[in-house]
Design a protein around this ligand. Structure first.
Ligand code: ADP
Length: 394
């Protein structure tokens, strides 16, 4: 006696089987056919809820052609019915949300009167395909980004071995360019390594507690030489509270501040100031990020739980970013057109790194910017109580 036969009489085994099939998340059809040439004779005699939804049918049974018209799927069914062999195919739905499904057909044998039966299952692989495409694009982008400085290095090596061999001035100039290209490759590899490490433990909540006032002060100090080199003044305004404790991993928060500050300096015009402000105990996040009349976009939405946040705002007077480019800022390797080359060129990974770190910290990231209006990046960190042994400054 099977387990199903012995289940309480309230639920006969057949009903339980039907409920079970209906509850399966993947679409399932049982198909019957008699003659290979009789297309209209193929019927489905069972369609679970997922199959009815996928194929937009209401009946539990009907003519197969009224449910599926895709020639590839029909061929897959025929192989199982008439060759009694397992078969596989692909089914794509069109419309606003197109889906890609793997179809498998399995023969279920030949019944009374020569009725051939087969089981048809569908497995949605849309998400897996999307992830795979992202991975392939990422690899293609990463190798392209590495290939460019590498090609330049090879070119200069060749020149230095050839006609520039005895030209001292040219040699110095080329070595300078080669150094810059090697530095670029090193930066790219460091950012790629950092990104993969962050992604690896993005779902592990950070455990430390950090004083943001102290941390930002240190990063601003360390950025002073870059600011001086670009003749950009760093205007650091810590909040009145003196100390602001946030939950997080120190090194990763340093990376966030560094990336936002580096960008602000990098895109600032000569002689302009970059303002770095910190506000604590915020609960109205939208108001904190606002900049009068300038489009604003949340690149990372903060956790909706009722926490208070500390907001770090980095404000620059650079070229600003057009509204249509805002949503793509945190994509890997994305750079706004026209800002790709020259001394400013970065890796295009900085904001992607910031986004993943803010996700991990259950914080938020908002950009407010418009062309010609400068940019304001605001990072929100959930606040924490002072760690034991630390006396909170009043
Ligand atoms: P990058 O290393 O190129 O700076 P990011 O991921 O940090 O990469 O930034 C992506 C792109 O966003 C930059 O290439 C630039 O086009 C734009 N961007 C970022 N920050 C600013 C800013 N403060 N002002 C203007 N454009 C910016």
């Amino acid at each position: 006696m099977s387990l199903l036969d012995s289940t309480p009489s309230l639920t006969p085994a057949s009903q339980l089987y039907a409920a079970l099939v209906d509850a399966l998340p993947d679409p399932i059809l049982v198909v019957v056919g008699f003659e290979r040439d009789d297309l209209t004779g193929r019927r489905y005699i069972l369609a679970n809820a997922a199959a009815r939804e996928l194929l937009r049918i209401t009946a539990q049974e009907g003519m197969l052609l009224s449910a599926v018209r895709d020639p590839g799927v029909l061929e897959t069914v025929d192989k199982a019915l008439f060759d009694q062999a397992d078969a596989e195919g692909v089914y794509e739905t069109t419309g606003a949300q197109s889906r890609n499904l793997r179809v498998r057909a399995r023969p279920l044998g030949i019944g009374a009167g020569g009725a051939r039966m087969a089981l048809l299952t569908f497995h949605d692989q849309t998400e897996a395909r999307r992830v795979e495409r992202t991975r392939v694009d990422f690899l293609a982008n990463a190798s392209h980004e590495l290939r460019t400085p590498l090609a330049s290095l090879s070119g200069f090596i060749e020149t230095l071995r050839g006609h520039a061999r005895d030209d001292v001035a040219a040699r110095d100039k080329f070595l300078g360019i080669m150094q810059a290209q090697a530095d670029r490759m090193a930066r790219l590899i460091a950012d790629l390594t950092s990104l993969s490490r962050i992604e690896l433990d993005e779902h592990v909540a950070p455990r430390g507690v950090v004083d943001l006032v102290l941390l930002v002060g240190e990063v601003v100090e360390a950025a002073a030489p870059l600011g001086a080199q670009r003749r950009v003044k760093l205007d650091w305004r810590p909040c009145a509270a003196g100390q602001v404790f946030v939950r997080g991993e120190r090194d990763q928060i340093v990376q966030v501040v560094q990336n936002l500050l580096d960008n602000a300096i990098k895109y600032s015009p000569d002689g302009a100031a970059v303002r770095i402000e910190l506000t604590s105990d915020l609960s109205d996040l939208a108001a904190a990020a606002s900049k009068e009349g300038v489009p604003r976009l949340s690149l990372v939405a903060p956790d909706p739980s009722p926490e208070t946040y500390a907001a770090l705002r980095v404000v620059d007077l650079g070229p600003g970013i057009a509204r249509q480019n805002l949503p793509r800022l945190s994509e890997r390797f994305y750079r706004v057109d026209g800002q790709k080359s020259g001394a400013r060129s970065g890796t295009g990974l900085g904001l992607a790194i910031v986004k993943h770190i803010m996700n991990r910290h259950r914080g938020g990231l908002v950009v407010a910017s418009a062309e010609g209006e400068g940019s304001t990046f605001t990072a929100y960190f959930p606040t924490a109580t002072a760690p034991e042994g630390v006396v909170k400054a009043s």
